[in-house]
Design a protein around this ligand. Structure first.
Ligand code: 4NP
Length: 149
């Protein structure tokens, strides 16, 4: 069982988008039992809230199933619950390293692709299409890496 936690600032735009895209990729290969996939926030602002409508719109557009999401804060005690913590940008990575006191298990999603760009926050850019493409490519490469491990 590989346990993945996607992490962003609010846990309403990028990390839940990554969670449901990754669940879809895993399901399409019949590997649901091999993966635990969840997502968390590094800040308190949106705790308990559902995904941003822009994120749901992208998931609908690409026929990716999801259920009611409740934004949840990442805790230090989560460290032992997952094998991979996958941040969206450098700030998420820094926040996790500070919280956990180690960089072990901490990655940025696009580290798994040919570039190590950050995933722009659509909360500010309002461009959910670009975010979707970047996250989809990152998840595909992450899945390929984990499958071949
Ligand atoms: P996310 O986007 O980190 O991709 O979920 C944000 C959502 C909410 C806020 C910031 C970023 N906020 O400041 O409330």
């Amino acid at each position: 069982m590989t346990r993945i936690c996607f992490v962003c600032l609010g846990n309403i735009c990028r990390s839940p988008m990554a969670e449901f895209i990754m669940k879809d990729l895993v399901k399409k290969e019949g590997l649901e039992k091999e993966f635990l996939i969840e997502s968390r926030a590094t800040c308190n602002d949106e705790i308990g809230n559902d995904m941003h409508p822009g994120t749901k719109k992208m998931l609908d557009k690409h026929n990716i199933l999801y259920n009611r999401h409740y934004a949840t804060r990442l805790l230090k005690s989560d460290y032992d619950k997952y094998d991979y913590f996958i941040g969206m940008d450098n700030y998420n990575v820094l926040a996790m390293k500070k919280l956990f006191g180690t960089s072990d298990k901490v990655y940025k999603l696009l580290d798994f692709t040919k570039n190590n760009k950050e995933i722009d926050d659509p909360w500010y850019s309002h461009n959910f299409d670009v975010t979707y493409e970047e996250i989809f490519n990152g998840c595909k490469e992450l899945f390929n890496t984990l499958k071949n491990n």
